[in-house]
Each structure stands twice: as structure tokens, then as C-alpha cells.
Design a protein around this ligand. Sequence first.
Ligand code: VGL
Ligand code: ZN
Length: 199
Amino acid sequence: MRPANEALIVIDIQNDFCPGGALAVTGGDEIVPGVNALMDEFAAVVLTQDWHPAGHSSFASTHAAAPFSTTEMPYGTQVLWPDHCIQGTGGAAFHPGLRLDGDLIIRKGYNPAIDSYSAFFENDHVTPTGLEGYLKTRGIDTLTLVGLAFDFCVNFSAVDAARLGFKVAVRADLCRAIDMEGSKKTAIDGMKTAGVEVV
Ligand code: VGL
Ligand code: ZN
């Protein structure tokens, strides 16, 4: 068992990010048994859930644009995704094999106007989700991240966590990437620059 200052953060292991889902990540379901087993090591386990209202501004359909194209938002460039993780749908539900006995489920992406890759801040990089306060008030300063997708929500969460002063490790073997236009390598480089340990 790890000490009480450590938490496991399980990012977005939801049906829409697994094979057959609306924004399927190749092999996304393969990590479930390993993530479940890793939960046993941690006294604190937090799960995140991508949780968009229908018509969300990150959906290509909202802009009559092609999925995986980009648009400029007030907060910067935004990839336009297929409709995914719509609140209350089966696609937004966790993978049926995932253990749900963690301490906290934090939802993100519910603001219609702003996407939220990171578990800590929306994509404007200033609107907090509250996770920082939750962890710090529990005395947690060291995080291990796993989940989907490696190059988007895991990456953004890990970099934000490092910036907030957490000691951060990402278990790459318990993540899978979307990997569009080299985004996996960019994510690895960015995480290392931010001081994240990618193992
Ligand atoms: C994610 C794209 C859009 C993720 C969420 O969980 O990595 N990616 N929404
Ligand atoms: Zn999303």
C-alpha cells in the first residue's frame, strides 16, 4: 500500500473512448484490468468522467464541420470531435469492467462553451474543476495518472498537476493514445518538459 499522500487519478475510461465508442481510442479497453489492479495500491482513487451537454462547442456537428478539424475559440485552437460522452448516455458511462469504488468522480466538459481536457482546469487554463482543492485538502501531493486518452486528457491533466506543484507520474502502459498528427510524441515531450515522469 502506498502512503496517504499519494492518489491514483483514473482519466476518462468511458465507453465512448473504448472500441465501439463514438471517439474510440485503439486498445482503450485493454487497460481496464491493469487499472483495476493498481487501485489496490492506493488509499485515494479519483476517477474523471468526460461529461458534455448535447450540442457542446467541442463537437464538430455543432459547427457543421468535419470531425478532427480545428476551430479558433476565444481560449485558443480547439479540435472538433465527434459527438461523445453526452451526459447520461451509455457512451458517457464508465467501461463496464472498471472498478467504481474510488473516492471521487469528477466530471468535466459540462460548460457548453469551453472544452475541458484537464481534470484540473477547463481549456481556458483558468477555470478550475475543484480537483486541486480536493487533493490538497486531503494532504495529497503525489499523483499517478492512468487512462484515456494519453495525448489529450491524461497529458493536459499531468501537465496541469505538475504546474500546481504535485509530483506526477504517468503510467504509459496503462494509457492509450488517439495519436493524431504526432500528438503522442508532442504529449511525451510536453510532459517531460513540465517535469512529469512518464513510466
Ligand atoms: C478526450 C477528446 C475529447 C480525452 C475528451 O478524454 O482524452 N479527448 N474529450
Ligand atoms: Zn470530450
